[in-house]
Design a binder for this molecule. Sequence first.
Ligand SMILES: [Zn+2]
Length: 406
Amino acid sequence: MKIVKADYIYINGKYKKDYGILFNDKIEVVDIYNNLIFKYPDLDIIDGGENSVLYAGFINTHTHLEFSANKTTLKYGSFLPWLYSVIENRDELINSCDEVIIDNAINDMLKSGITSFGAISSLGLDLDACIKAPHRVVFFNELIGSNPQTVDSLYQDFLQRFEASSLYQDDLVTPAIAIHSPYSVHPIVLKKAISFAKNKKVPLSAHLLESKAERDWLDNSDGDFKEFFSSFFNQSKAVTTVDEFITSFDSYPTHFTHCTEANNNDLKRLKEKGHSVAHCPRSNRLLGCSRLEIEKLIDFNLPFSVATDGLSSNFSLNIFDELRGALMLHNKADINLLSKKLIDSITTVAGKVLGLKCGDIKEGYFADFVIIKLPQKPQREEDIALLTILHTKEVDKLYIGGKKYV
Ligand SMILES: [Zn+2]
């Protein structure tokens, strides 16, 4: 066992001074530092040093590693042109995304303090890298397919990928299920996949209402998606409606990504049924999507995480870049309150969303934590969350399951 101390430890929404943590692979005791060294005088001590702040390890609930090769290929600015560029370059992007590229993406997350992440996997090509990663990984096998002629074989392929990832299930790897979106998954297989997730008791996630094009298509079978579906899938009508899609998830709490076009009714419904939202501010901005009105989510008490999405719609997987993006995007929110919400969104909230025993400095939880260093002594405790977000690019120390990786 070891003891770690820092100038401040973020516990239960408060920056506690003079605290320490006794840990091995799990957090054993959280107490005032002097009490700990009195009770356990002979243990190794890790000292965060001057101006240090210790947080539970950060959790990125939503990323796509298989698209990590994109840097200059995809077209940003508006959803449909981006989607066309994905389709045009998909094979090349996936084929050029080798182990080195995925490992670099994973390593960038690690350096920014991410100790757990949710990987949305379309093809299973990122499974090996996710298993080798030091992180806790929730491996979301993605289901896609709206054409009734091909959905069955796509569903079989999805099941095989799910089973392959299940072989590695342990404290670090959780197999999980992702539904691509309401417009791309046929209701028949959607229902099957949801009951499968419920049966297996694994995390479930779905993209939802990311673009205006998606809303128009689901509401009226019209808008920018009309031409897209007619030319690629010979389809003139959406396979489902927003209500029908959301209702399918009523019995199983799900992590919905984006929701930028969700209206008040949709958001209230998500809250009522125990769902949560993954907010990807930079991805939304780059694809020309609306701003997610997180003030409404806060009003409705609908839990949200902040996540990076993949490098197919972002320029880094650094979680602090994402938090700074959120801080600038939501320019009307009180800056200190928002900063705390953002920190909570990648710790406490994200841990609950992914069903992991981490994200909190709490006895019995995994010893996943990070230490960051502020450039100078903070003058006011209420500024620490904001200062952490503004001044951190990489963490100073990082532990997963009590082992040091940074
Ligand atoms: Zn996504």
